[in-house]
Structures are given as structure tokens and as C-alpha cells.
Design a protein around this ligand. Structure first.
Ligand SMILES: Nc1ncnc2c1ncn2[C@@H]1O[C@H](COP(=O)(O)OP(=O)(O)OP(=O)(O)O)[C@@H](O)[C@H]1O
Ligand SMILES: Nc1ncnc2c1ncn2[C@@H]1O[C@H](COP(=O)(O)OP(=O)(O)OP(=O)(O)O)[C@@H](O)[C@H]1O
Ligand SMILES: [Mg+2]
Ligand SMILES: [Mg+2]
Lengths: 228, 228
């Protein structure tokens, strides 16, 4: 479904070259549940942005459904991404001027879903993450964990095949966090979605079938989690 | 040191009144280490902003060193706060256009510390949180956990008496997170600082001597943690 071949991501900072990812080759199959783990600064978010086709590698190639994304123009790529991938960003990336409901409606509007079914879907997802009483709040009127939950609801809005979640429960208490993990786990087990989740919490990593560990931009471990 | 008397924080949203904090009375003594725990949306960050005198209560009074903060003008309050309180924000609140080093230098400049000792202090703090190789990065060039660590270094810049930390290790892997907790614990035990930390992680709450639990804007529990 998504494949990396010898992918590097390099940033030039004056004289110094920062290698955020080094020679990463990995394949994600349809219906997988993978956890990407590793220390702060090890390249997890960089890898997620590339998996989500939101960024271009400095070297190497990335394939989405067997198409080399470097050969697609931006509008084809956006189309492919929009219907296929839902992204929970580490910093939520909500639109400040829009309410929680409007933020969740945005991907549905981009996919040209009709107003009535779109509104129903958005409200159901916000209810699922416990935010029915906050749908008219704007991000600045929401707590950190509430903003994160809006970001989760938005990622699920178009029922994407692939959910990319960058530390999706980082700002949540353990009860709310477990509810979110139960949602993701159910989407995987019952709906057959592909879930790729960054987490630095080994307890949360247990929900995933596969563990990919990063260190200094390289994959140092890629194993099946026998507990799933 | 810091006292709340019957403090309420209320937001008006059209017809609806949101009570983020309800009738909270609590005292924090010099040299305490308190953890504020509770579900997402329960009022922890709201309480922290009030403790840090960054916000005004809707009802009730707040005292900093026995002075009712409502009776201070903004510049006196800013002066009192600047030298006394270091704040690690839940969303870091770094200045985007400045490097990590410049962000940590800012409170030192505000306190009019000379350039050479200020730079030495800032670099030592960034080294303490493992960011010596990133001092010239701007926030957009840093990972989530690296931004959080800059925010921690900045909070400690002026060696404040009181450290207010809103989920200070939320974006950190367990090793880096433990290093940060060890720093805070040492500042409390050896330097006698007052630490008030929001966390939704019961393992991290164990570092604190006192646990204050919030639910729907009210304190439901306030106990000594026998393990400290
Ligand atoms: N400006 C605002 N307008 C309206 N409601 C607000 C505003 N700011 C906060 N709230 C509400 O106040 C409540 C408490 O928010 P607060 O940020 O203190 O929660 P929290 O305990 O820090 O949550 P989290 O663990 O998710 O960070 C939430 O229900 C939130 O929606
Ligand atoms: N625009 C940039 N310019 C320079 N360096 C960058 C840039 N973006 C990221 N980096 C560096 O690349 C490395 C990997 O960053 P990344 O955000 O992928 O880490 P991460 O594993 O997600 O960390 P965290 O767990 O703290 O979120 C870091 O050392 C970071 O400083
Ligand atoms: Mg990251
Ligand atoms: Mg908060």
C-alpha cells in the first residue's frame, strides 16, 4: 500500500546537514496496524509526513498504491491523499478561526459530500470522542486534550482507508486515551483500516501488530508484536 | 505563597455559561511539589494560568506572597511574576521567529541579566535538556519533544522560585521524560523550589508530594502522596 525505498530526509542548516531520516526502506501492507516508536528527535514525525505524502524525500522513492509519488502532480497527489489518508498531527493543526464542527466538516466539504450527511457524520465523530458539548468552540476555547480529540475526529471524517496518527493520545488522560485507542483498534480489527501510529508510550504500542523502532533517523528494529 | 479563595473561572458562549473552574479554594506553600491531575477538560490548564497570574478569576481572589493580585497593576504583577515564576506551557508558546537559544535568553533579557552570564546560563540549560546540537534551530525546525524541552529550559532560565509545568513531558519518550522529571525533582529536593505540575500520568504524579485532583472544574481530592 505504502512503500519507502532508500528514503533520506535531509535539512541544510548553514554549514551543517541534519539527516532527519537515513536510508529508510519499509513497506506497509493494507490492513496493518503499526506503531512507530523511538526517542524524541529520532525522525518519527518526519517519517509520518512522508508516509502521508505531505512531504518529499531528499533521496529515494515513496510509492502509494504502487505509484511513485514523485511522478504525480500536486493535484493528483492531493486527490489520492484526500480520499485515502486521514492524519492526526502531533500539533493538531486545527484552523483557528473555525469551530470544532467546522474543522471536522472541512475534509468532507473538500470531498464534496452533501451538507446534511456531512453534518451528521461530523457530529457523530465528535460525539464518539466525547465532544458533543463543545462543537461550537473554536480551538482557543478548547483544552489541549479537546483540541487533540477534534484532530482525531477530523482525521476520521471521510472514513479513510489509512489513518496516520502522530502521538494521538499525548494530551489525553488515561481514560480518554484508552477510549481513543479502542476506537483505532476497532477501526483496524472490524473495519480493516490500515493504522500507522507514532507513540512514545510502550503501553499504547501494545495495541499495534507491528513495532518499528527509530533511532537517529534509522530503523533499528521492525518486529511483529505477538500480543496482537 | 500562592492562595486561591473561592475562585471561579467562567466563559460566556452565547447563551451558555461554561464554568471552567468552580469555587476553588487551595493554598500552595513555599517548597511544595504538587501534581494537579484530572481528565481532559477538567480545568487543569485554567487553574495553572490563574496560579501563574496570567489570567484573572471571574469570581473570588488570588494571593501571590500575600498580595491580592487583583489590586496590583499589570506592570507590578509582571515584575512579581517575572522574577518568581517559570512557566512550561502545554503548547510550549515558543516565539516562532527566534532560535531555541534566543527563546531561552528572552526571560534573562527581560530581567536585564548581562549578555555573557545570560548566554552561559541559557546554553547550560539547553545542554541539561539534551539540546546542545539544536540551539540555533527555530521551533519549526524542531521536533515536538524538542520544542517542549526548549520550553522547559526557558521556564528555568531565571532560576525562578516557582516552576509551573503544564504536562511537561507529554511529548517526550520515557527516557527523556524521566530525565526531565529528575531535573524537576532535584530542583525541589535540593534547591527548595516550589513545583506545581499538571500531569495526566499517574506514574509522573508519583514524583510529587501532594496530589490535587480536578473533575469538571472542582477539586475532588487533595492528599499527601506518602511515597515522597
Ligand atoms: N476561552 C474559552 N472559552 C470557552 N470555554 C473554554 C475556554 N477555555 C477553556 N474552556 C473550557 O474550559 C474547560 C477547562 O479547560 P482546561 O484547558 O483548563 O482543561 P484541562 O484540564 O487543561 O484539559 P486537558 O487535559 O485536555 O489539557 C474545558 O471544557 C474547555 O472547553
Ligand atoms: N525543518 C527542519 N530543519 C532542520 N532540522 C529539522 C527540521 N525538522 C525536523 N528537524 C530535525 O529532524 C529530527 C527529527 O525530527 P522529528 O520531528 O521527525 O522527530 P520525532 O521523532 O517526531 O520527535 P518527537 O518525539 O520529539 O516528536 C530532529 O532532530 C529535528 O531537530
Ligand atoms: Mg514528533
Ligand atoms: Mg490542559
Amino acid at each position: 500500500l505504502i512503500a519507502f525505498r532508500n528514503v533520506w530526509k535531509t535539512y541544510q542548516m548553514g554549514e551543517i546537514q541534519v539527516n532527519a531520516l537515513k536510508d529508510v526502506s519499509v513497506e506497509f501492507k493494507k490492513g496493518e496496524f503499526a506503531a512507530i516508536i523511538g526517542p524524541s528527535g529520532s525522525g518519527k514525525s518526519t517519517m509520518m509526513n512522508l508516509v502521508g505524502c505531505l512531504d518529499i524525500p531528499s533521496k529515494g522513492s515513496i510509492f502509494l498504491k504502487d505509484q511513485n509519488i514523485a511522478q504525480l502532480d500536486e493535484s493528483d497527489l492531493a486527490g489520492l491523499r484526500g480520499g485515502t489518508i486521514g492524519f492526526v498531527f502531533q500539533q493538531y493543526n486545527l484552523i483557528p478561526g473555525m469551530t470544532a464542527l467546522e474543522n471536522v466538516l472541512l475534509p468532507l466539504e473538500i470531498q464534496e459530500i452533501d451538507d446534511a450527511p456531512a453534518e451528521k457524520q461530523a457530529k457523530e465523530l465528535l460525539a464518539l470522542v466525547g465532544l458533543s458539548d463543545h462543537i461550537r468552540h473554536r480551538p482557543s476555547q478548547l483544552s489541549g486534550g479537546q483540541q487533540q480529540r477534534v484532530s482525531i475526529a477530523r482525521a476520521l471524517a471521510c472514513s479513510p482507508e489509512v489513518v496516520l496518527a502522530d502521538e494521538p493520545t499525548g494530551a489525553l488522560d488515561s481514560v480518554t486515551g484508552s477510549e481513543v485507542m479502542a476506537i483505532l483498534h476497532r477501526l483496524w480489527k472490524e473495519n480493516g483500516k490500515t493504522i500507522i501510529m507514532v507513540t512514545h508510550d510502550m503501553h499504547l504500542a501494545q495495541y499495534a501488530r507491528r513495532h518499528i523502532e527509530l533511532k537517529d533517523g534509522a530503523i533499528i528494529r521492525d518486529e511483529i508484536n505477538e500480543n496482537q
